[in-house]
Design a protein around this ligand. Structure first.
Ligand SMILES: Cc1cc2nc3c(=O)[nH]c(=O)nc-3n(C[C@H](O)[C@H](O)[C@H](O)COP(=O)(O)OP(=O)(O)OC[C@H]3O[C@@H](n4cnc5c(N)ncnc54)[C@H](O)[C@@H]3O)c2cc1C
Length: 382
């Protein structure tokens, strides 16, 4: 055995990291303060998308989406992977040029997005009949069931020898000299050669005890679900990236679950919450509900009058440059895998591989540069 690693946090980042560590021959213990997947991961819409996501991370996104497809084949459909494609609707003439830029960039990277004609749009998403200026299409984007995905990866990690303990918060990380030696939990101390903190918006608080200052803040992420509908929406529908105000400058995601519920959200202004907000989960706010319903029924008039079933709020972990912080920080043996910025489900295989390769001392197959903690922790010369 190569050594014992404690992973604090059993969201999708922690689950993927645990699997990749266990498969490299490490003894792994995954601890969660609550239950696996019950923070933002299980509440996710879990689109695995490369379209209009990040220019800097396009190589990592392509790698991640391929790895998800491989996991789907390997785990025989255990997390309901569906390669349904993604549409981005365009509300302003000026944004056609924005979409064209993304399309050219992604095509140069080997992907196949396109700007849709009205006929193609009608063929791909027939119920999307609301007024639009144009729409783009990324055929390779996919969906998974988020809870099943977390459970599947944790189970596979378990098969590779990892142990999981829920309702076991890491209260402190212990050190001796300048090395991590273990963690303290209400159920006792656990010795470890390394500790990976994959604690979403709780990460900064946990590592602060070791004098590590990470700029991770919570951001409220909300969603609505309708009662079951007949099959209406085939893929993922979101707004084009735009500089205009309103719906298309914020964030919209609409999709239909396999069970028939339409899942949707529209966030006009993605404001951060105060540090510590993640400890108390509020109800969704009224403005969000009204904006989300307005976007859904404008795009899909056939859903006007549909009944809502439920709503939920969770907290994403936001960094100043919208990218994860993944790698070693502070004392030797302390690793961080957090800062999902609302798009961490897709990136989880990358996060897991960067951490596991780093702890194993291997050269990582993926460029981990965009996630380097040093961009925030390096000391500024006086
Ligand atoms: C409505 C919605 C839609 C989304 N849509 C998408 C999408 O389409 N595509 C996409 O890629 N992403 C999407 N996301 C974002 C995505 O879900 C997150 O980026 C991702 O799940 C983050 O995973 P994580 O493991 O880093 O964090 P989390 O899921 O927050 O996991 C952190 C875990 O750490 C545990 N923890 C915290 N502190 C401790 C401690 N001290 N000890 C032990 N355990 C601890 C927590 O209990 C939690 O389980 C969406 C999110 C929401 C809410």
């Amino acid at each position: 055995m190569k050594g014992h690693i404690v992973v604090a946090g059993a969201g999708i980042s922690g689950a993927a990291t645990a699997l990749m560590l266990a498969e490299r021959g490490f003894a792994v213990t995954v601890l969660d303060r609550a239950s696996a997947g019950t923070a933002v991961s299980g509440a996710s819409l879990a689109c695995l998308g490369t379209h209009m996501s990040s220019e800097i991370e396009i190589g990592q996104l392509i790698w991640a989406t391929r790895r998800w497809a491989e996991w789907d084949a390997r785990f025989a459909g255990a997390f309901h992977y569906r390669r349904c494609g993604q549409i981005r609707f365009i509300d302003h003439e000026a944004d056609i040029a924005v979409a064209e830029k993304w399309i050219a960039f992604e095509r140069a990277a080997g992907l196949a997005p396109e700007l849709l004609s009205r006929e193609r749009l009608r063929a791909i998403e027939p119920a999307l009949t609301g007024p639009l200026v144009a729409a783009s299409w990324s055929p390779s984007d996919a969906l998974v069931n988020p809870f099943l995905a977390v459970r599947c990866l944790l189970k596979a990690a378990g098969t590779a020898g990892a142990r999981y303990r829920g309702h076991c918060p890491v209260e402190a990380i212990e050190t001796a000299g300048d090395r991590v030696t273990g963690v303290v939990t209400p159920q006792g101390r656990i010795a470890a050669d390394a500790v990976v903190v994959a604690g979403g918006p709780w990460t900064a608080e946990l590592v602060a005890g070791l004098g590590v200052d990470l700029p991770i803040l919570p951001r409220r992420a909300q969603c609505l679900a309708t009662v079951r509908q007949p099959p209406t929406i085939r893929g993922v529908v979101g707004g084009c990236k735009s500089d205009h105000g309103g719906v298309d400058a914020g964030y919209t995601q609409i999709q239909q679950s396999e069970a028939g519920q339409v899942l949707f959200n529209t966030v006009l202004a993605g404001g951060l919450s105060a540090p510590g907000a993640q400890h108390h989960v509020p109800e969704v706010d009224r403005r969000f509900v009204l904006d989300s319903i307005a976007t859904l029924t404008r795009l899909f008039p056939a859903l006007a009058g549909v009944e809502l079933l439920r709503s939920w709020v969770r907290y994403e972990a936001v960094t100043p440059d919208d990218r994860f912080i993944v790698g070693p920080v502070g004392p030797a043996g302390l690793w961080v895998a957090a800062g999902d910025n609302g798009t961490g489900f897709c990136r989880a295989p990358v996060i897991g591989d960067v951490i596991a390769a780093g702890i194993a001392g291997e050269t990582c197959a993926i460029d981990a540069g965009p996630y380097d903690p040093g961009r925030f922790t390096a000391e500024v010369p006086a």
